[in-house]
Design a protein around this ligand. Structure first.
Ligand code: MG
Length: 454
């Protein structure tokens, strides 16, 4: 069981759990794991506490003889793009992604640009808790931190090469970009202008305290942005989370579209652009059936993975494929890199939009409509094994129940599906239900809550 790393690195409230002391020791543990002389790239998002944690982390790394390259503030996918070539032993990012403003985090990326897998994180944890760091002797401590100032510009140039700038420039879509007050603001507006969009901005001034909106791009948090899309008559809007690996789109009718819906459109577009990629798209078990329903008629197979972007990334890297889609707004375009990439998603959406004679609202309306409800209930008094047994008795004959993780399962029936899983971060059971009928979704959710509570 991991004690320090969660599903997305180490996360916690700044200066409560995430102190300079922790960052220093973790820096030593990471440096010890990768060994003296390892080249390590570091960077951060715009959150408060980022500078404090980054300095401590760098200090710990340097103490073990690592050679530290510093990229400053930039989107997580830009750092991953710089790492994927194998020039660095690893990359460490100070970010808490979409978490509330008081949080910060530290995440380690492997030399292939993808998040470190669990077994390596466990080894770093072991070093961290044992305190057995291999510190460099005095005469080896001679390396200054090397600044890397060209990472964002190389990343931006790479994305702009992957779309059809001529066609985009002709249609010249008016795009509203919501930078979340963080590092997406440093890349996405530039990319959008460079590929031929007309750009308007909201929340693109860096704000370490996220006073303009919460970093998680949910419908609730994007109300102002959606209003602004309507007000200026934008062709569509795009909103990032705190580190810009997510992109959530707002259509021309001001509707916030979840990531599995935009992902279904983008994956179909990516399939057309890359005729030789294996006809498969990876998406976690929690994604809407819209992904499969939209892509299957196009001859694209949809494979479900465990929940967490790393599983989508690793499946794509291992087997090849057209794209990875996450309901939360993570879209993976392997032609660019094997990880979620918000600015890349925006460029692809502009590309897709400009090749269509439709408004973005019409494009989204072509997708099948599903109704989804999600909730969580306290875990007290729930025995997972006996719950699974009871579920099998009640629903087993009406569809298929499959285990999607150690303590989570998915039921797929004729007219609806649902997921029940234990949260990895809080003592709750998460439930998600989806069907094509709003009343069925509502009724099944009520039924499940009653049944589980019995
Ligand atoms: Mg993120």
């Amino acid at each position: 069981m991991r004690r320090l790393f969660g599903t997305n690195g180490v996360r916690g409230i700044t200066n409560e759990k995430l102190t300079p002391e922790l960052a220093l020791q973790l820096g030593k543990a990471i440096g010890t794991f990768f060994g003296p002389g390892s080249k390590v790239l570091v960077g951060r998002d715009a959150r408060s506490g980022g500078e404090m944690l980054l300095r401590a982390l760098e200090s710990g790394l340097l103490g073990t003889g690592a050679i530290v390259y510093e990229a400053g503030k930039l989107p997580t996918p830009a750092l991953q793009y710089a790492t994927k070539g194998g020039e660095y032993a690893c990359c460490v990012i100070v970010t808490a992604s979409h978490n509330p403003p008081e949080f910060n985090g530290i995440k380690v990326i492997d030399s292939d640009g993808i998040e470190l897998d669990e077994s390596k994180e466990m080894q770093i944890e072991e070093i961290y808790f044992s305190g057995k760091f291999s510190l460099e002797k005095w005469h080896g401590l001679v390396h200054d931190i090397k600044k890397k100032n060209n990472i964002i510009s190389e990343y931006i140039a790479s994305i702009s090469r992957l779309v059809d700038k001529n066609t985009i420039s002709k249609r010249r879509p008016l795009v509203l970009i919501d930078g979340c007050g963080s590092v997406g603001s440093l890349a996405t507006p530039k990319i959008a202008s460079m590929i031929g969009c007309e750009v308007r901005e909201i929340n693109t001034k860096l704000d370490p305290r996220f006073r303009s909106r919460d970093p998680e791009p949910t419908s609730e948090n994007l109300k102002n942005t959606a209003e602004k899309v309507l007000e200026i008559g934008a062709d569509f809007g795009v909103a990032h989370d705190g580190d810009a690996d997510r992109a959530i789109f707002i259509d021309s009718s001001g509707r916030v579209q979840m990531g599995d819906r935009s992902g279904a459109l983008l994956a179909a577009w990516a399939a057309g652009k890359n005729a030789r990629s294996p006809r498969v798209v990876y998406t976690p078990f929690s994604s809407s059936a819209v992904v499969e329903e939209h892509l299957r008629p196009l001859g694209i197979k949809v494979e479900f993975t465990k929940i967490g972007s790393i599983y989508v990334s690793r499946s794509l890297l291992k087997n090849g494929g057209i794209a990875g889609v996450e309901d939360t707004g993570g879209f993976i375009y392997p032609v660019h890199q094997y990880v979620r990439d918000g600015p890349m998603s925006l460029a692809l959406m502009a590309d897709l939009f400009s090749h269509n004679n439709a408004t973005s609202a019409e494009m989204f309306d072509r997708l099948p409509r599903y109704y989804t409800e999600k909730t969580k209930i306290p875990l007290q008094n729930i025995n997972f094994a006996s719950l699974l047994e009871r579920m099998n008795e009640k629903y087993g004959s009406a569809g298929r129940i499959e285990m999607i993780e150690e303590r989570g399962f998915k039921f797929t029936g004729k007219s609806f599906w649902f997921i029940v899983r234990e949260s990895g971060t809080e003592p709750v059971l998460r439930i998600g239900v989806e069907s094509k009928d709003a009343d069925i979704t509502k009724a099944k959710m009520e039924e499940l809550k009653r049944f589980i509570g019995q």
